[in-house]
Structure formats: C-alpha cells, structure tokens
Design a protein around this ligand. Sequence first.
Ligand code: KIV
Ligand code: NA
Length: 264
Amino acid sequence: MAKVTLQTLAAMKESGEKFACLTAYDSTFANIVSTQGVEVILVGDSLGNVIQGENTTLPVTVDDMCYHTRCVARGNEDGLVMADLPFASYHDEEQAIINSARLMRAGADMVKLEGEGWLPPIVTRLREQGIPVCAHLGLTPQLVNVLGGYKVQGREIDRANAMIQAAIDLEAAGTALLLLECVPVSLAREITKAVSIPVIGIGAGPDTDGQILVSYDMLDLTPGRKARFVKNFMEQAGSTQEAIANYVKEVKDGSYPAEEHCFN
Ligand code: KIV
Ligand code: NA
C-alpha cells in the first residue's frame, strides 16, 4: 500500500470505496494494523480505558497521547496516523495549536477532537498551521458527564438537525474528516451525503465512507459487555493478523456493519 493521505481518503469517498480504521496504542499493533490494509490508525484517547484501566477518557493527558503516538508512528508502515486531543486540551485556538503541534511532532499526521457547533474557528486555525483535523460528533466520550452516559445521540429531531448543521459548518471551516459515534443509521447517512469530506462511523451504520473500531474490542480482548456495534473478528480467525485482514475485507465489501450492529 502507498502511504495513505487525506487525498487518498477523499479519492476513495469519490469512487465509493470504503476505508477501514482501527485504534492502536503501541508499535507492534500499529505495524500489524497497517500491514493488514487498514488505512487510518487512530491513537485514541480510549487508551484511558483499554491501556490505563480508567472508567472514562478524562484522565488521559497530552503527555500520555504523545507517548503513545510516538510508539505508533514507529511501528506504522503506510497508514494515516490520527491522534486524539485529550479532554480539555483544546478549549481555545492557542491551546489547540500548542497541544496539536506536540502530537504532530510525536508522529501524528492529523488530530481528532470532539465537539460540534463551537469547533469551526479552532479547526480553521489548526488547518492554517498545517494541522488537519477530524471532528468527532455524536457520542463524544469526553462529554460523558454532560451527556449522562454512553448513549445513542441524535434520535431527537432538534439534536439531529444540530448535528447536520455542525457537520456542514465544520466542512466549511476546513475540517478534513468527520467521525460519527453512536448515531442512528438514517442520520449518519444524511450527514455523509450532506458533506463532501470523508465520514468515518462507529455505531453509525453502513453508509459512512469508513468504519472504525477499538482494536481490543474487535479482537475480543476487552472484558465485560460488548457494545452493540462491536463484532468479534477473532471468532473466525486463527491469528490477530487474520482477524484484522477480515475486518478490512468486511468493511470494504459492506458486510460489516450488519443490521445487528446498527442503531435504528
Ligand atoms: O478514542 C477512540 O478510540 C475513539 C474511537 C472510539 C472513535 O475516539
Ligand atoms: Na477518542
């Protein structure tokens, strides 16, 4: 695979080819993921949960994200490395630039941040400084204490309309990618049609341009109850590599996510 860039993903959206994304937090996983055809590697602040054993992503710091981004960048072959800006590290443009620059120096190709209506000016400033941004909408885990838990977002018409408007405004502000988490299939489809930038989904149905999962979840390593959208790719695989290759194949041929992984 040639080095994946934002232009690669834009061309894939244009041609209707789905792309696959997974999280990685270390060099070994980054190498496996990138050599099995995954286009985007997310150094997610989900590392708070799966690496650090915390109940939420809130304790994760910029230092933590830089450390794991550096580990991932070393193991990555051709994937696009996206790193999360952690909780409360981008509340204004200056802070967003300083912290994003640290992630970029650690080896990220772009950053991801969570929010909706208030993000456009921050996205514009980051892009001007050479930092492409993915905006994460819908269920935004950094807002768990505001949202009152991890629940599907956008079932109410007002909330759905606000999300569509935010997506349009974010594209106009120069956002490179959108990520939708835990939204009804119909809303994800509508947002994906409303913007020309690629849209990644998790628990957002089959109609987004790309799919993402937490690697530990789809390898069935995470203890406890699985979210509805998680599929255990180890069930039919003899190795981690094969499970990830099957995930890529199923994302591309549209067999993942199936009906049972979606919110209607
Ligand atoms: O941190 C993370 O792993 C994420 C994905 C769940 C999208 O943000
Ligand atoms: Na995240």
